[in-house]
Write a protein that binds this ligand. Structure first.
Ligand code: ADP
Length: 402
């Protein structure tokens, strides 16, 4: 192919993040972010990585259409415009692909329709993702637009892991099952972990811990996901920045019947005012560390609850996999917070899990081992790169089709 560039677009409800990548050598040519779309105080930051130029624009950007046009203009100023014959495709992050989308998919009307049909199970994300795709299609109707789904990697989960133990007919009618999220990251990190061990992904079992503001764990056997901690929505599983993760569903009935809260209030409580934030008023792990070091008991308890849940998932996925080659930490907390990694495996020497203090303290951007030499199970830090994974999957698909 002569066209070797892929533009990756991640359209949120009020933001657009993008990266232009040349797939010949996986070089990033430009990156940027438009924030607060639809407000008077929109912000746009664009960096051309070939020249090192960064431009920041403040001022109202009315909608996604205006945002993408602004992105296209900035790219054009750097000689990287969307009309370039070198652009092979645009790859879009789409959060919810349901059971239908198991792989990256070239977008056509039927695909748009199916993403739209999934809005009831992803009301916050899919509408924004759709807007981004439609706007990009209008700008370059001739170019392949590829949807890469956060759920796709998890569609290999067996029914035993994907189903909730509720009435099957009701579950099927309303598409209630465990879909999982962060799949692009789990796919990338599990594969990169295998490479770090010098093995093929098919030959290793990995527990991936994606610990960002949102957090999820997955059990990956031979490159295929067999369980993950998020469910119908990203609320299930680990304690997160502002989400509760697992709880007894009866808590919801109780808060409504006894607490007099509305469903919307409970939704906001569990998604936006729970997790670390709900427990101690902070969701940034750096701040929690600072407070703990200053002797703050509330922050300490929040941290202990966070780590307790994390350990339970490590143990559960160890049992699901039977044998484990590696536990890989990724995302903001997983990559940067050595004390979280240390606490997560503390006391698990019986499972072959430990970190080496000196190795764990080293910071860096490259995948690395933090377990002691000769450990039975490798503990790794593997920086995630969802944009590169979306670009890789997009480029592979359009290459196959051309
Ligand atoms: P998301 O993409 O879900 O917004 P990230 O993967 O960027 O999240 O992770 C964000 C989180 O990473 C922050 O809330 C912060 O708690 C944590 N984090 C970032 N840097 C550090 C650090 N040096 N030490 C501890 N935690 C960190």
């Amino acid at each position: 192919m002569n066209a070797t560039r892929v533009l990756v677009l991640n359209s949120g409800s009020s933001s657009v993040k993008y990266q232009l990548i040349d797939m010949r050598d996986a070089t990033r040519l430009a990156v940027g972010l438009v924030e607060r779309i639809g407000e008077q105080t929109s912000r746009f930051k664009h960096t051309c990585l070939t020249s090192g130029d960064t431009r920041e624009l403040d001022g109202p950007i009315a909608d996604h259409d205006a945002a993408l046009k602004a992105v296209a203009e900035e790219l054009a100023r750097d000689g990287l415009g969307l009309d370039s014959p070198e652009l092979a495709a645009i790859g879009h992050r789409v959060v919810h692909g349901g059971m239908f989308f198991t792989e990256p998919t070239v977008v056509d009307d039927a695909v748009l329709h199916e993403i739209e049909r999934l809005i009831p199970v992803a009301p916050l994300h899919n509408p924004a993702n759709l807007t981004g795709i439609r706007t990009a299609m209008a700008l370059r109707p001739d170019l392949p637009q590829v949807a890469v789904f956060d759920t796709a990697f998890h569609t290999t989960m067996p029914e035993s892991a994907a189903r909730y133990a509720i009435d099957t007919k009701i579950a099927d009618r309303h598409r209630v099952r465990r879909y999982g999220f962060h799949g692009t990251s789990h796919a990338y990190v599990s594969r990169a972990t295998a490479h770090l061990l010098g093995k093929a992904p098919e030959d290793v079992n990995v527990i991936v811990l994606h610990l960002g503001n949102g957090a999820s764990a997955s059990a990956v056997r031979g490159g295929r996901c067999v369980d993950t901690s998020m469910g119908l929505t990203p609320l299930e599983g680990l304690v997160m920045g502002t989400r509760s993760g697992d709880l007894d569903p009866a808590v919801i009935f109780h808060l409504q019947r006894v607490g007099g809260m509305s469903m919307d209030e409970i939704d906001t409580l569990l998604n936006k005012r729970s997790g670390l934030f709900g427990l101690c008023g902070d969701n940034d792990m750096r701040e929690i560390q600072r407070r703990m070091e200053a002797g703050d008991e509330e922050a300490r308890l929040a941290f202990e609850i966070y780590v307790h849940r994390l350990k339970k998932y490590i143990g559960a996925y160890y049992a699901v996999l039977g044998t484990v080659d590696a536990v890989a930490f990724t995302a903001g907390v997983g990559e940067n917070a050595a004390f979280v990694r240390e606490a997560a495996v503390e006391g698990l020497a019986g499972l072959g899990l430990a970190v080496d203090g000196a190795r764990n303290a080293v910071r860096g951007d490259e995948p690395r081992l933090v377990s002691p030499e000769g450990a039975r199970v490798a503990v790794a830090v593997v920086p995630t790169d969802e944009e590169m994974e979306i670009a890789t999957q997009t480029y592979a698909l359009v290459g196959k089709n051309s």
